[in-house]
Design a protein around this ligand. Structure first.
Ligand SMILES: Nc1nc2c(ncn2[C@@H]2O[C@H](COP(=O)(O)OP(=O)(O)OP(=O)(O)O)[C@@H](O)[C@H]2O)c(=O)[nH]1
Ligand SMILES: [Mg+2]
Length: 252
């Protein structure tokens, strides 16, 4: 059993990508299941096979503890770790080839508090991988936006401590930016793009950050994917297979 976590900033396309990965694996004769780990989500573009909302009820947390929506979401996120055993059992009973895990929109609640990394580290699976989604619209608008999100991707990698593939979503909406994005995969081109930045302080800081990201191999060239047209999906699933197979070979 292989587990693919899908993380990223709010609205970056995690849930739609989850549903498309499930579709892709089904079309290729695997048995994938979807897991929703967002206790606060109201509607999803897929019917989750395993759903944390069956264990954590945000409305009830609000009324039981006199909390507002944000307080209840924090408490809900913290409770995810306590439901690990029950969720794990549900997954084992289904015995899938792939589990695709859609994570909460409030990335800071999942990644920077203890519960999310605990869940990721203790969830039992032959291999685990994290897809970090760069919101295509936001990340492609300026090189500084791109670098800021790359920095967030790097901190997610440090927090979760599992192999990560970076993906830029909404490819269909940023066709006119594709050339820029491909160029940004090189440090030199990114530095060149920063020459046009009017705010010198930002520009210097961004260049320093780039040094750190590239030197420590924390900068990946994100795979461009559209969950609408499915373009890039073959590249993404091939990368996933490569990384997951490497894990098998190493006997992880
Ligand atoms: N055109 C286009 N729209 C997309 C794509 N991926 C996601 N969207 C749209 O972007 C919006 C957010 O997508 P979601 O999949 O809900 O994003 P999310 O990261 O799960 O959002 P939260 O869970 O609320 O943080 C929705 O309106 C999607 O239809 C894409 O590849 N192309
Ligand atoms: Mg979502």
């Amino acid at each position: 059993m292989e587990t693919i976590f899908v993380t990223g900033t709010a609205g970056s396309g995690k849930s739609l990508l989850t549903s498309k990965l499930i579709e892709w694996y089904k079309d290729n004769n695997y048995y994938p299941i979807s897991m929703n780990l967002d206790p606060g989500v109201i509607s999803l573009p897929y019917e989750p096979d395993v759903d944390v909302r069956n264990y954590i009820d945000i409305e009830k947390i609000m009324s039981d503890h006199g909390l507002g929506p944000n307080g209840a979401l924090i408490m809900g996120a913290d409770l995810i770790a306590t439901k690990l055993d029950e969720i794990q059992e549900e997954v084992f009973n289904l015995n899938p080839d792939f589990v695709v895990v859609d994570t909460p929109g409030q990335i800071e609640l999942f990644i920077f508090r203890a519960s999310g990394p605990y869940f990721v580290s203790n969830f039992q699976s032959d291999n685990k991988i994290n897809i970090f989604t760069f919101d295509g619209i936001i990340a492609s608008s300026t090189p500084i936006n791109f670098i800021s999100i790359a920095l967030l991707a790097a901190s997610v990698r440090l927090r979760l401590n599992i192999t990560q593939i970076d993906v830029m979503t909404k490819r269909d909406l940023i066709i006119d930016k594709l050339q820029d994005i491909v160029r940004w995969s090189s440090k030199l081109s990114l530095e060149e793009s920063l020459q046009n930045e009017k705010n010198i302080e930002y520009s210097i800081l961004s260049k320093d950050l780039l040094q750190v990201l590239f030197r420590n191999k924390l900068m990946q060239n994100p795979i461009l994917v559209s969950s609408l047209t499915m373009s890039g999906m073959v590249n993404l699933t091939a990368s996933l297979s490569r990384v997951l197979n490497q894990g098998e070979e190493k006997g992880e």
